[in-house]
Write a protein that binds this ligand. Sequence first.
Ligand code: DAH
Length: 336
Amino acid sequence: MILSDYLAQADALAQACRALLDGLDPATRLDVAKGQLNALKDERLAELQGALRALPAEDRRGAGGAFNSLKTALQDALDAVGARQAATSGTASVDGTMPARRSWRGSLHPVTLVIDEICEIFRELGFTIALGPEAETEWYNFGALNFPADHPAMELHDTLYLGDDTLLRTHTSPVQVRTLQRFAPPVRVLAPGQVYRRDFFDATHAPAFMQLEGLAIDEGVSFVDLKATLAEFARRFYGASRRVRFGPSYFPFVEPGAQMDVEVDLGDGKGLRWVEILGCGMVHPNVIEAAGLDSEKYTGWAFGMGPARIAMSRYGVNDIRTLYDSDVRFLEQFAR
Ligand code: DAH
């Protein structure tokens, strides 16, 4: 190569570098420009470096000067692009005028909140959690609970049968018997769970709903324990100023049977009224015997409540269906 060729090539490379820099506008991807500059440096500049050695000795000086200034120009261009990249990175994708995206917060369902809260209150009173199957036998659901063989609740209009002897439990009371079969007294358990009935959905009924069963069995347990514990529960759950009352009621598996009412405002403009929140009573000796225990030795009490109804009484909801509609506008009020 002769000197004039060498200088022409160096000049072409310098021009390519300048063109690249001049072509940078706000839309240019700086990483691409940087890649192109690096390619010029690694390939064409390296070529010119190698060509220096092929020049006659007297030309090398002039060519070397051109090579050095070209090398500096390329490095300066790379630095300029790098500086621009540093200045724009981090800000390029932020648009301060864009409306903030709404953040969705998950939340527990009001019925779940109520169950958790009730379990917590009874935990402080010495109760643990017990669970039983949703598919039950007739015996656990009815027979062991002292239902007479011809009790109307056993007929198809109330109970969803899965087979001759198996059904979807209509209440959580069978967990009483299952628990007493497995654990020796003293027993204090709370059994939350889903139950099923052949009911139509209306303002006060759902065909599948949660129940919460309570059971306390030991030697010498009396109705005083029942009343004191449930009244204490109501004080903690609704507040000390809320009035509760007990009245007689009937369930085959308790004797005597009772119900507890609480005075609530359901938010329908009708003001305060008594609402039944649970059924309870002294566990019938036949139930204790069915579970294999001596009813002369052990006594106890039980209760069953519907957390959905409790949620309605707590939050002033007057149609149970709103609890199952999955309408976010309703449910998000309970987010916490
Ligand atoms: N199992 C009853 C029902 O589903 C509720 C109930 C009432 C449970 C009295 C009890 C009780 O444990 O003592 O309607």
